[in-house]
Design a protein around this ligand. Sequence first.
Ligand code: PGA
Length: 253
Amino acid sequence: MHPKRRPIIAGNWKMNMTATQAKELASKLIPLVAAVKDRDIVLGPPYTALQTVSEMIKGTNIGLSAQNLHWEDKGAFTGEISAEMLLDLGCKYVIIGHSERRQFFGETDETVNKKVKQALKKGLLPIMCVGETLTEREAGKLNDVINRQVTGGLKDLSADDMKKVVIAYEPVWAIGTGKTATPDQANEVHALIRQKVQSLYSAEIAEGLRIQYGGSVTPDNVSQLMAKPDIDGALVGGASLKPESFAALVNFK
Ligand code: PGA
């Protein structure tokens, strides 16, 4: 953590939680994190639970995120969801380019970039995900992959827009596997990302950029991760699905 950057802890529920289950989770979670003032708390339910969660967190210290969006404003894009629809439901953030979207749904740096730009144009704060696979890491391609994803995802973004972006570093091999990157491994890549952003923008923008770590973050390892200077938050899958464990994560010391 860095004194100038406000920590941001986000739960990515993925394709879990019906609206009914979401209501129960949110109602238990809200009181457990109500006293938190010095960090941002974000919930990312599936589209079908956004409305329910939005109503429940109104007036609380929790922000709402979607897990994806389409880059066009509206029209004949069956099955897709627009920025305006998300804003209308009270979303403030949107997760973009999660590795599962890249792996299973054909997202590329180019589509990620279009979505990031659309989110910013419409007033949503993007949480842009990057991260290497195990094969890429073992082949010594870590730096190349991260540089390519960061450069590609942020292409043509103005400096003012860049100030609103959160980047999530999620090594694919650590997602849902119980295999966390060590705090040093994670911090090393966070520093690399920050350096890349500095070279694309400025030292000031890089200093202000919040970079979350994601990949098997739990209440047991969050504090060691957050103790690292370039780690500014967590993007949490599995451990965000239980109110007690997500609250413990948010309340890390
Ligand atoms: P995990 O997922 O915490 O279950 O590893 C993280 C993510 O994919 O955002």
